[in-house]
Write a new protein. Sequence first.
Length: 278
Amino acid sequence: MKLTDLLSHAQTPHNNNSAKMPVLFVGHGSPMNALQNNPFTQSLKKLGQQLNLQNPPAAILVISAHWLTRGTFVEASEKPETIHDFGGFPQELFNLQYPAPGSPRFARQVAQLLPHASETTDWGLDHGTWTILLHLFPDAKIPVFQLSIDYYKPMQYHVDIARQLAPLRNKGVLIIGSGNIVHNIPLSLQKGMKDNAQPYDWATEFDQWAYTRIANQNIAELCNYQSAGSAGNLAVPTPDHYIPLLYSMALAQNNDPIEQVYEDILLGGIGMRTFKIG
């Protein structure tokens, strides 16, 4: 073998989809992150490069805080639409597209793993998905699909659903929970109006409370976030952005290391904590 062949081989990413895939939780924050080069988006770029080198995903399944339904649905489109599910942002953001293919094949497998889930082509990729994938996998070549959150079910339901998805990790599917552990928009807007970016005490307290339980893989306490007292109630005024955390944590196995990728609290009450499991 020539030296050039050796170098070429060394620089080619290993496409070993038979290895168990990691799981991510991403604190996605503002849609504007899709346009910005900041410490958070830089951390996503670095993480995506590492994942591509170590074990490129065969497909990506995202559980996003922005697809809330009655019942459980899996997006099965061949070409999922880029959904601009927000308002009041620059036209430049609305012009962005993430033209990744869908994965009807893996969507069908999810529907088989979850007997109560239904396939649909009525959704696409909402901003909880595409704004982070623009940085993680900017080429948009890996098939992407989403699983909805049944917003009318208790926390334990989501844990049980997530655990049924575990076989996908051994089939090359990268599963991502996309939300925010701390997410209080009204109080964050108050900070923004006063040009005060210092985190609220309750935001820091709850972020640390969650961090400890993530590190210890204590999913029972994470489900009962109200046990954190007033800090929990202020950090999670509604559970939509918190529930994706439970999907990620439910997929953690005892021997899975948990690596913190990014942590910050923006505008006083938006937690950007992001981590990798496995």
